[in-house]
Design a binder for this molecule. Structure first.
Ligand code: GLN
Length: 447
């Protein structure tokens, strides 16, 4: 009730939440209370949360920030949603996002831009900008999110909250509207690393309905939170501190490293030589996969359908012209081009080779250190509208986040201070495969 009142009061300015349903929320809350009274509660029973609007949720509109799905009420729930419900968590509503999770500023939503709660002139980051802004503004204690190319870490960084993208395959993609299937990964955004660990305990787990879900024993991601950092080797990739890094961000990261050294960590310089190539590789692979994933929106089975059309082909064309926004169309065009006959070898195959080189860079780096530290984004949150007309400039701002997705590694963002203009700055922690508990340990000790 309290959270719903707060959402009603503050969301009109922030635009972080696209759907609420007081009756449904209160019914879930009562069920949670009954469970607690009956003594069979999970640690998170009764805890309210928001779902990013791309996790299918039975009976809730699941729009993915797109006009294409503006009329889509999901008949089933994603694995992540099922598991949150099974724990007794209470749905407060659905978080705004960039259309089909494409963007770094949350200006690409059909429902309008999300504002950064720290500064109404600033972007909250994207594509999980609604989840991050809502948690930062205390509209919800936690929210689900997804990270295909930084979309958990970058908005968490810009909004001064904590978010973790797990190792690819740890969280099931079943029921998550697909953007780039080989990169998409769900994870939580919360105030603290501890809350992220508890959320990850709920969200992670094998699911046979996702062919890339990993069959591993369940683990308690909070088990190492209080471990000492004495002797921990933190790697600082020299490419992450090169030209182009804002001075305030560099200072915040340096301070964080100094803080961790006080806690017993030891810093080593490492190299990730293919960092810059992550941008062209990602912006070939992600659109390629998106162009095939988005071919299902044809106006036939569900979603938007154009009203006036001559024949089937005309219906397809009008439906897609009306239903998709500019950035989504741009990705479909790029993706179709790089996959087409004659260009496949030159672009898509090349990008896949770079992807392997990037994974190898990390493999070598993790011979020298336990975790890697660096900035999340080259600058603090930029102004709304500043990059809206320059997509390439926006793509370039993803330089520190994309490699993690290409390699399938876990990455997180923790608050590490503020820029001179008052906008939050996050520290990125990158771990080896399945090192989530270690990363959360570092983040928790730092916080
Ligand atoms: N900026 C990335 C993109 O636009 C973020 C994608 C994501 O992680 N969902 O593709």
């Amino acid at each position: 009730g309290q959270y719903l009142d707060r959402i009603e009061a503050l969301n009109p300015q922030l635009n972080a939440i696209v759907t609420t349903d007081r009756e449904k929320t209160l019914a879930e809350a009562r069920a949670g209370d009954a469970r607690i009274a009956a003594g069979d509660a999970h640690p998170l029973t009764g805890v309210p949360l928001l779902h990013k609007d791309l996790f299918c949720q039975q009976g809730w509109k699941t729009s993915c920030g797109s006009k294409m799905l503006d009329n889509f009420v999901s008949p089933y729930s994603a694995h992540v949603v099922e598991q949150c419900a099974a724990a007794g968590m209470v749905t407060l509503g659905r978080a705004n996002m960039d259309e089909f999770a494409m963007g770094s500023s949350n200006e690409n939503s059909f429902y309008g831009a999300v504002k950064n709660p720290w500064d109404a002139k600033a972007i909250p980051g994207g594509s999980s900008g609604g989840s991050a802004a809502a948690v930062a503004a205390r509209l919800a204690p936690v929210a689900t999110a997804t990270d295909t190319g930084g979309s958990i870490r970058q908005p968490a960084s810009h909004c001064g909250v904590t978010g973790i993208k797990p190792t690819y395959g740890v969280v099931s993609r079943y029921g998550m509207v697909a953007f780039a299937s080989s990169l998409d990964q769900g994870g939580p955004i919360a105030q603290t690393a501890e809350d992220c660990a508890l959320m990850l305990n709920v969200m992670a787990g094998f699911d046979e309905r996702d062919s890339t879900s990993l069959e591993r024993a369940r683990e308690d991601y909070s088990r190492d939170l209080n471990q000492s950092l004495a002797g921990l080797k933190v790697g600082l990739p020299k490419e992450y501190f090169a030209a182009g890094l804002d001075a305030d961000v560099a200072r915040a990261v340096d301070n964080a490293v100094a803080e961790l050294k006080k806690l017993g960590a030891e810093a080593v310089e490492i190299a990730l030589p293919n960092t810059e190539l992550s941008i062209p590789a990602y912006y070939v692979i992600a659109p390629a996969e998106a162009s095939t994933n988005l071919s299902r929106y044809d106006g036939v089975r569900y979603g938007h359908r154009a009203k006036d059309y001559k024949d089937l082909v005309d219906m397809y064309e009008k439906t897609r012209a009306e239903g998709f926004g500019d950035e989504v169309k741009r990705r479909i065009l790029v993706g179709s081009y790089v996959l087409s006959h004659g260009y496949y070898d030159a672009y898509y195959l090349k990008a896949q080779k770079i992807r392997r080189l990037i994974a190898n860079d990390f493999k070598a780096a993790f011979q020298q250190c336990d975790v890697i530290l660096g900035p999340v984004a080259p600058t603090p949150a930029f102004d709304l509208g500043q990059m809206a007309s320059d997509p390439v400039q926006m793509y370039l701002s993803d330089v520190y986040t994309l490699s993690v997705n290409l390699a399938g590694l876990p990455g997180m963002s923790v608050p590490a201070g503020f820029a001179a203009n008052g906008r939050p700055i996050g520290l990125q922690i990158i771990g080896n495969y399945f090192a989530e508990a270690k990363m959360l340990n570092v983040a928790h000790q730092f916080q």
